[in-house]
Design a protein. Structure first.
Lengths: 335, 578
């Protein structure tokens, strides 16, 4: 406890303090110089014109089958029976889904509507399709869509959330981080935010869409359904709607598409809103070529002239599908 | 520590568990006749330890203040639970506005403005009547906002005992809350409900809905919302919360003691209470230790200020000589019964309340000079009645599944600050949705059904509820002004038949080539003002179709069409077109 003798206050810094401080200053100076040098970029960019890159999807198409039809049509009074019959004619779900596959089902739940108004994929259609997948040995089934109306409302009120709970399907919300830029050489689409999360695991893709009238592009069927996989400023699509929809056929090559024409939204599309907008047609179309399916659907379900549906012609001309469904192997059945 | 204090009564000795542990699994197998289940030893040990801890620390040492902390924790978590589940994905019929409904100030003030007690507000008596008997216990036993302040004050506040004693003495500033209360009640007498500005439950709900949750989702994306929510002017509400939290460092429980109008109201109500903190002057050694943790700054060391006491019971715990107790029918001479505000101040506050009402209302923002932006949620009362009911709790904003509902700043006048309006740039009103009315505790937005909103079923005759009308700005519209196809607006229009229709025209473009495109129109008799057209319009910054408040069905003064159009003709027309 002996105190050192009291020294007079020295006027200058001690040598030890000086060395310490000088070293510290040196380190900090070098550090900041090093950091600045490491972060140094001498180039500028033109905002909005930077190089873009994005992901690409693999093809989900099934192997070519020699004797099985590519397009099948089933008529029935029961949705579930019709879907099963339509898929059976194509060779059964086993043709498309193998044991252990992870399947992504893309319904159309663009709007906050109850199932009866037919603006969204019917819950029974999802149930049957998912059951078929599980029966064929699917390990997991994802259901994903980026609706126009608020996602929570659409998933809930379309009744698909209940089906997902019932069958233990994985319902994916279009969350901020579920998107990645997709890259393609489309007529219009080049780079666009894409709902990528389900595709990180899924190796099979099934499009499951209702059949609807559309105010601008005349019909929303299996091709237009893929609109729901995109994010970003989709409201610009309408300026080139037919080119965009034909680009969807380039963007994704699904395993199977099912067009649910049990009840068809024939007017006030694509939102509908009244039961009088819905007409029972009691038909389900399934196929591997969505251009053919839509072509059949437009002619026979909506009963319109396929000459007018520009996006089919565009897709056909670009070799993305065959709109002449009469040339294809087709099976039709009353179930 | 309490184990030694408990002097054996705590029963934490390991001896009791010994007979059990002496029993081998084989013994147990013989006794029970079933296969020996090998317990995971570590887990069993942990459970046993927790059991002991619970017995010793919680049960045996159960003081009244610990019961209070449990109560506060419970209600705080319940409040947070309600805030979280006020979301379409989780909303399963929970009474998410319960805290607002048991709030006596909300019940009282809306009873003044509307002369009615709306639906669940009857529950406020559940809190009011016990306050008459027990005093202002709500503030320190239930109020989640009070718990927030107690917690943050405890975390960030002073540590030194003497400094805490000094900071917990009664201050004259505490009369300010009575000034606020009186101003608000007087304004309510004229029909302007302003309690929500400072009522702690409204304030806390509002802060959570518009500031805290969106801020959390900014930092941790995809946690609170599917898509990020935005709230106009949320910074003001967020800063207010931070200010009140921060003030706890300077004056502990600043909000509760100085600002809270609900506290003031309960303070007035507690003047009849039969129980209160009572000091025995014969035992008291004037050490002021009772002030160390005093929450209300109610001077338990001398004459108790009854209106300020939160019944937190801390003083009873802190008294070294047991001079304090929560006593039934104590001597009235030992208390200051009336709130700390003089008659002159009451008169001044009343005057301010009346004058405040008069100058804001005569600014005309809710009347002649109403803003086109004040598009109220579907089911809202007409504007003057809306201002009689809306407590700015912003529960509607929290529950809105599209994020279209926004707190106003000045659009609805000073009176309407933080009341809900629709902002179509941010989102749109979902057709098949009436959630805002379901959670509204005061009926500013009435609890209408989907059928009543959309005018279907037995409500076909009266038609849908309209909240505004859409108008085209043809100078900005792509097909009208820029030779470019579009009509997204028509696509998304949710009514049937659509209120937006288009006519096909073939025009010659600038380069001489013809182009066929559709040009959109609004049918005002069909338009309900949901604003999805404006929201989806590709001319994002200032849409080419915009909804304004005119044509709303809640008031005749703001109507547009004389007869609302004749829907049957239009229906036939649409059918013909198809």
């Amino acid at each position: 406890m002996s105190k050192p003798e009291i020294e007079l206050d020295p006027k200058e810094m001690s040598r030890r303090d000086f060395v310490q401080q000088a070293l510290l200053t040196g380190f900090v100076s070098l550090g900041s110089l090093g950091a600045a040098a490491a972060l140094w970029r001498r180039e500028h960019v033109v905002p909005g014109f930077e190089d873009k890159a994005g992901i690409q999807l693999p093809s989900f198409r099934p192997d070519v089958a020699k004797f099985l039809p590519d397009l099948s049509v089933a008529h029935s009074l029961n949705r579930s029976t019709a879907i099963r019959a339509a898929v059976d004619q194509l060779g059964g779900m086993e043709r498309f889904i193998k044991h252990g596959d992870v399947v992504m089902i893309k319904p159309n739940i663009a709007f906050d509507r109850p199932p009866a108004l037919c603006a969204t994929t019917h819950p029974d259609a999802l149930r049957t399709t998912a059951q078929l997948c599980f029966e064929a040995g699917a390990k997991e089934v994802f259901v994903a869509d980026n609706p126009i109306n608020s996602p929570a409302s659409c998933f809930l009120k379309s009744g698909l959330e209940a089906v997902a709970d019932e069958l233990n399907l994985k319902l994916l919300y279009p969350e901020q981080r579920a998107f990645a830029t997709i890259e393609m050489d489309g007529e219009i689409l080049r780079h666009w935010p894409f709902f990528n999360r389900p595709f990180q695991q899924a190796n099979k893709v099934i499009g499951l869409s209702p059949c609807k009238d559309h105010n601008l592009c005349h019909a929303s069927m299996t091709m237009k359904n893929w609109y729901g996989l995109l994010g970003g400023r989709r409201n610009q699509f309408h300026q080139h709607i037919h080119s965009i929809i034909s680009d969807f056929a380039l963007m994704i090559e699904p395993t199977l598409v099912i067009l649910d024409g049990m009840d068809v939204l024939v007017s006030n599309g694509p939102t509908g809103g009244r039961l009088s907008d819905v007409k029972p047609v009691n038909t389900v179309v399934a196929g591997t070529d969505m251009v053919a399916v839509d072509s059949y659907g437009f002619t026979n379900l909506l009963g319109r002239d396929v000459e007018k549906l520009e996006y089919l012609h565009k897709a056909h001309a670009r070799g993305l599908g065959n709109m002449n469904w009469k040339d294809l192997k087709l099976k039709e059945v009353e179930a | 520590m309490s184990c030694s204090e408990g002097s054996g009564s705590c029963g934490c000795g390991g001896d009791k568990s010994k007979p059990d542990s002496a029993e081998t699994p084989v013994d147990r197998y013989i006794k029970s006749g079933s296969a020996p289940v090998k317990p995971a030893p570590a887990q069993a040990h942990a459970i046993q330890r927790f059991g002991n801890w619970f017995k010793n620390q919680v049960i045996a040492d159960m003081r009244i203040t610990r019961v209070r902390v449990l109560s506060q924790t419970f209600f705080f978590l319940l409040f947070l639970f309600f805030v979280i589940v006020t979301d379409l994905r989780y909303l399963k019929g929970y009474p998410v506005s319960l805290f607002l409904e048991i709030n006596p100030l909300v019940g009282f003030a809306t009873a003044i403005t509307t002369t009615t007690v709306y639906k669940g507000l009857i529950l406020c008596t559940l809190l009011l009547i016990p306050t008459f008997v027990l005093g202002r216990f709500f503030c320190n036993w239930i109020c989640p906002y009070g718990t927030l302040h107690q917690l943050t004050g405890w975390l960030f506040g002073r540590r030194d005992d003497q400094a805490r004693i000094e900071s917990n003495r009664f201050q004259k500033l505490q009369q300010l809350k009575y000034v606020f209360l009186i101003m608000m009640i007087v304004a309510a007498c004229f029909g302007s409900l302003q309690i929500g500005l400072l009522d702690p439950i409204c304030l806390f709900h509002r802060s959570m809905s518009t500031a805290v949750l969106p801020a959390l989702n900014e930092i941790f994306p995809d946690t609170v919302y599917v898509k990020q929510y935005y709230h106009v002017g949320a910074w003001a509400i967020g800063l207010m919360l931070l200010f009140f939290v921060g003030m706890n460092v300077i004056i502990p429980r600043f909000f509760c003691r100085v600002v809270c109008p609900l506290g003031a109201f309960l303070g007035v109500a507690s003047r009849f209470s039969l129980w209160r903190i009572e000091r025995d002057p014969n035992k008291c050694i004037d050490c002021d230790a009772c002030l160390k943790n005093c929450q209300g700054a109610s001077d338990p060391h001398t004459q108790l200020r009854k209106s300020e006491c939160f019944a937190c019971m801390e003083c009873i715990e802190d008294c070294p000589v047991d001079a304090l107790s929560f006593k039934f029918m104590p001597n009235r001479d030992h208390e200051i019964t009336a709130p700390p505000i003089t008659g002159r101040r009451v008169a001044m506050a009343s005057l301010f309340g009346a004058a405040g009402y008069a100058v804001t209302r005569s600014s005309g923002a809710s009347d002649k000079n109403f803003s086109k932006k004040v598009i109220r949620p579907p089911g809202s009362m007409k504007e003057d009645q809306f201002l009689e009911r809306c407590i700015k709790c912003d529960q509607c904003i929290r529950v809105c599944p599209t994020n279209v509902l926004q707190p106003t700043l000045m659009e609805a006048g000073l009176e309407g600050i933080w009341t809900p309006i629709l902002n179509m740039k941010i989102s749109y009103c979902e057709l098949n949705c009436t959630l805002c009315g379901q959670v509204c505790p005061t009926g500013a937005i009435q609890r209408i059904s989907i059928e009543e909103k959309t005018g279907i079923g037995e409500h076909t005759e009266q038609g849908p509820v309209k909240i505004g009308t859409a108008f085209y700005d043809r100078g900005r519209c792509l097909p009208w002004a820029m030779e470019t196809p579009c009509v997204v607006c028509e696509e998304v229009c949710p009514t049937s038949p659509k209120a937006i229709f288009s006519r096909e025209v073939t025009i010659t473009k600038r380069d001489g080539n013809p182009i066929t495109l559709r040009r959109p129109y609004v049918d005002p008799s069909r338009c309900i003002g949901c604003g999805i057209c404006e929201h989806e319009c590709p001319v994002k910054d200032h849409a080419a179709i915009r909804v304004t408040a005119i044509g709303e069905t809640r008031s005749t003064e703001r109507g547009l069409l004389m007869d609302g159009g004749d829907p049957t003709n239009i229906r036939d027309l649409v059918k013909k077109q198809r």
